[in-house]
Design a protein around this ligand. Structure first.
Ligand SMILES: Nc1nc2c(ncn2[C@@H]2O[C@H](COP(=O)(O)OP(=O)(O)OP(=O)(O)O)[C@@H](O)[C@H]2O)c(=O)[nH]1
Length: 320
């Protein structure tokens, strides 16, 4: 049974927002734990600072000890992760989700703050919690994403740890996860192949483009069942890869940051071409549902004229 004392998220009203091309893109930075999300936000922020193009940066990780980039909004100023853990008797993941739920109750204020400054920055970067599923599989995660996506051209940067992806099966698992996020969030998406200073991520691009290349690498692995499965899955992922933009990046040396900005611009265009029309349909559907709900309620409310005799009697009593 759900614990009614824990804060649950409510979908804020997002109807009626018009997203225009002059608005800056919002980049939601996602990726497996330790892939380098925060380092990537830090490196991109530092890169933009050099040309005095200061980005707007939001930290959405309530559990992080130290924020390593200058954040304009820090969720830790709104919610106290340790206190939430204590007050609601929660473990680390439950506390992150409850913090995000609490954050949702202040989401319109948060978006309002970003909107107010939106003419002053080239891009807004959002660093998501380290425990990725707390964001990608929670209602509050979709509410936050939907709310930003209905206000700004919003895109996803999925950070991949290239050094940990040298094994084809590890890489495949990561790509399946990325694909499930794309499937769920339906936003323009690009892959940040991070840690290029440790290993050149070119082999990952080859695996994505050329099934034979991946096949050759799998030949070396020992488990026949996993090999066959990986072969089949790579065919399934072919469509996912076909339109995917990838950028090779080192958050340590700042290599590839200009390419990241180009990928963000490309995804922003995609947002207006593909995502926005679909999202408008979704909003229309939601609006129709809201109107239907309102009219169902109205059916139960009858507007009738009161009996004139009673009204006259009441007026007479008032005169007395
Ligand atoms: N060599 C190298 N190390 C990196 C790079 N990017 C991140 N790291 C290191 O990888 C580790 C994890 O980086 P974080 O930025 O904390 O990763 P994260 O995804 O934000 O981590 P969580 O939010 O805790 O999931 C740190 O030790 C970073 O210094 C990179 O491009 N090159």
């Amino acid at each position: 049974m759900a614990d009614s004392s824990k804060p649950e998220p409510k979908r804020p009203a997002v109807l009626g927002n018009t997203v225009t091309r002059d608005q800056p893109p919002v980049v939601l930075v996602l990726g497996m734990a330790g892939s380098g999300k925060s380092s990537f936000v830090q490196a991109l922020t530092a890169h933009l600072h050099k040309s005095r193009n200061f980005p707007y940066v939001i930290n959405l990780d309530p559990a992080v000890r130290k924020v390593i980039f200058p954040a304009n909004i820090d969720i830790r100023d709104t919610v106290d992760y340790k206190k939430v853990m204590h007050d609601y008797q929660l473990g680390p993941n439950g506390a992150i989700m409850t913090c995000l739920n609490l954050c949702c109750t202040r989401l319109q204020e948060m978006i309002g703050l970003v909107k107010k400054r939106s003419t002053e920055f080239p891009v807004c970067l959002i660093d998501a919690p380290g425990q990725i599923e707390a964001f990608t599989w929670s209602a509050s995660g979709s509410i936050i994403t939907d709310s930003f996506a209905s206000t700004f051209p919003t895109v996803i940067a999925y950070v991949v740890d290239s050094a940990r992806s040298t094994n084809p099966t590890t890489f495949m698992s990561n790509m399946l996860y990325a694909c499930s996020i794309l499937y769920r969030m339906k936003l323009p998406f690009f892959l940040v192949l991070n840690k290029s200073d440790i290993v050149d991520p070119a082999f990952l691009e080859k695996w994505m483009k050329d099934y034979e290349e991946l096949g050759t690498s799998i030949e070396d692995a020992r488990d026949a069942y996993i090999n066959n499965l990986t072969h089949s899955l790579s065919l399934v992922l072919d469509e996912f890869y076909s339109t995917m933009t990838t950028v090779k990046v080192s958050s340590r040396t700042s290599e590839g940051m200009e390419d990241v900005m180009a990928a963000i611009e490309k995804c922003k265009e995609e947002y207006f071409e593909k995502y926005q029309p679909a999202f408008n349909e979704l909003l229309k559907e939601r609006l129709e549902k809201d109107v239907q709900q309102a009219s169902d309620m109205l059916d139960k409310v009858n507007v009738t004229e009161r009996n004139p005799q009673v009204v006259e009697e009441e007026e007479a009593m008032e005169d007395e």
